[in-house]
Design a protein around this ligand. Structure first.
Ligand code: DAS
Length: 337
């Protein structure tokens, strides 16, 4: 590890709720309420933090991340862009719930053009739990965001000793502290104690900042749904969809993008002719390319590459919001395969 700065770096922490700020009735109960602790109180729980940085903080949202979506992440992105302009801020840490952390990180990657590092972190145990993991994760996020070796700004996730490029973060476990992995690729770095080792230079996604214009808009993204296929489902997953409202549909298909033949054949009649389809997969580490995907009648369908259904939905709604054509959208997804 290289020498840290002589004067302490200044970081700003933005709290977005989640388990990390959660409170349970006792230290041993599995039940708790997310987002109850103010971010400044959370940071005060991190023993020794002041050796590494001068910390300021604020709380933007106080709920579980299951209640957050693009409109909240847009607010977060605007705040990040504001903060990184300030000479008083060397980097931004965001505390967030784990449930939608991967979508938040991908959304930020696509809309932000940050001049300084931004690190998201979270926790699997509430702040009141025995062996809560939040304080260590917040310290590790601080070590990451202030690292002299982090030369390229961008969105990162730090969890449980791993540094992950934000767009690659996926949640893979509902229980374990090792709940995130990096896909595709692998972690960009590892942290042990105060030591942070990067493997190469962590980079943003191939289309990072492509939707920066979204931050100037004050409207919701177009409605995109995800359907989850299961063996024997036939065309039933389409029955409950609102054909007239839906602009885009992500299909969480099988394996490398196969879907039942009857569903593939009936998509154009069952949906509006303008609806655009992205075929992804219910397999956690996804790869769908034209050669492996079941052809969809009508041709309005794009393979998701290495984006899982929830990340595909984020990219598809941003692309539809810009009025991109199916060919332009296909080119964007192609960047992930
Ligand atoms: N309550 C969930 C959330 O806010 C879980 C968590 O943070 O781990 O996403």
């Amino acid at each position: 590890m290289k020498e840290r700065m002589a004067s302490k770096p200044k970081i700003h922490v933005v709290g977005m709720g989640g388990t990390i700020a959660g409170v349970g009735a006792t230290a041993t109960t599995a039940a708790y309420e997310s987002g109850q602790v103010d971010t400044s109180d959370l940071m005060a729980m991190v023993e020794g933090l002041d050796q590494f940085a001068d910390v300021k903080s604020e709380t933007l949202f106080t709920s579980g991340s299951e209640n957050l979506g693009p409109k909240h992440w847009q607010k977060l992105a605007c705040r990040i862009e504001e903060l990184v302009e300030s000479p008083e801020v060397d980097g931004v840490v965001v505390t967030h719930g784990t449930d939608t952390l991967e979508e938040a990180a991908f959304f930020l990657d696509l809309v932000c053009q940050p001049k300084k590092p931004v690190v998201l972190t979270a926790a699997m145990r509430p702040s009141t739990a025995l062996s809560a993991d939040g304080p260590a994760n917040m310290l590790q996020a601080t070590l990451t965001v202030t690292s002299p070796e982090l030369r390229s700004p961008g969105i990162l996730v730090t969890m449980n000793g791993l540094v992950i490029q934000g767009w690659q973060a996926i949640k893979t476990h509902s229980l374990s502290l090792e709940s995130f992995c990096a896909y595709p690729g692998g972690p960009a770095g590892r942290i042990l104690g105060e030591n942070l080792i990067f493997f190469g230079t962590p980079g943003p996604s191939p289309i990072a900042g492509r939707f920066h214009g979204n931050l100037l808009k004050d409207k919701e993204l177009p409605l995109v749904e995800i359907i989850l296929l299961r063996g024997g489902c036939g065309v039933r997953p389409l029955a409950s969809l609102n054909k007239n409202e839906l602009k885009g549909l992500v299909i969480s298909g099988f394996g490398a993008g196969t879907v039942p033949e009857d569903l593939a054949a009936s998509l154009p009649e069952k949906m509006s002719p303008k609806c655009l389809f992205v075929v992804s997969s219910r397999v956690p580490q996804v790869m769908v390319i034209p050669e492996t995907m079941t052809p969809i009648k009508g041709g309005n369908a794009v393979p998701s590459g290495m984006l899982n259904p929830q990340k595909s939905a984020i990219l598809l709604s941003l692309a539809l919001d810009e009025g991109l054509t199916v060919q332009e959208i296909a080119r964007l997804f192609k960047m992930f395969s």
